[in-house]
Design a protein around this ligand. Structure first.
Ligand code: AMP
Length: 197
């Protein structure tokens, strides 16, 4: 199963990806997590990405595409993977399609988690609160101000991928406003439907 999870910041992609990983026994590849690890390690990539990330803007396509290309070539991705946060724009989607094509592979589905913009701020605030309570670091880009920039980037650059994948017959829509368990159930049902067809 080679799957893309799309949705605005705070839509619950990370939570759902963790559940799908468990279900399908395939890795969850989050470009945001990969970049945060680079930032934490103070690597060259991390240094370049940090300012852009903190401001809520996208990192350069070439950096992300190289990172993903390296990652999906690893052995644990042979049985598939769940992409979370990638692709973020049409150029990245084209690059993904090309890199899979050279390996003789194809995507199975691209899921959009639909969540109203108004619900996202509350969700991000809840995530911050949970992280604080658990003694985990609060993300520098999870502020109301930065969320606005991230949402703008989502609508301008990532949202067009819905039509992109619809055109390829790969799109699955899931109502991300529901209770988290119902979102998982709908997600799994939409993917089963794909497997049966
Ligand atoms: P996320 O954890 O997916 O919300 O990503 C956090 C931040 O990492 C984003 O706001 C971007 O700055 C950067 N980022 C993550 N994935 C990508 C991507 N595919 N392309 C460009 N920037 C990305």
């Amino acid at each position: 199963m080679r799957l893309i999870l799309m949705g605005p910041p705070g839509a619950g992609k990370g939570t759902q990806a963790a559940r799908l990983t468990e279900h399908f026994k395939i890795p969850h590849l989050s470009t945001g997590d990969m970049l945060r690890a680079e930032v934490a390690g103070n690597t060259g990539i991390g240094k370049k990405a940090k300012t852009l990330m903190d401001a809520g803007n996208l990192a350069p396509d070439s950096m992300i595409v190289d990172m993903i290309e390296g990652r999906i070539s690893k052995d644990d991705c042979r049985g598939g993977f769940i992409l979370d946060g990638f692709p973020r724009n049409t150029a990245q989607a084209d690059a993904l399609s090309a890199m899979l094509g050279t390996k003789g592979l194809a995507l199975d589905a691209a899921v959009i988690l639909d969540v109203d913009d108004e619900a996202l701020l509350a969700r991000i605030e809840r995530r911050n609160e949970e992280n604080r309570k658990a003694g985990r670091a609060v993300r520098a880009d999870d502020t109301p101000e930065t969320l606005k920039t991230r949402l703008k980037a989502f609508h301008a650059q990532t949202r067009p991928l819905v039509a992109y994948y619809e055109g390829k017959g790969l799109l699955k829509r899931v109502d991300g406003m529901q209770d988290v368990n119902n979102v998982t159930a709908d997600l799994l049902a939409s993917l089963k439907h794909r497997q049966a067809s």
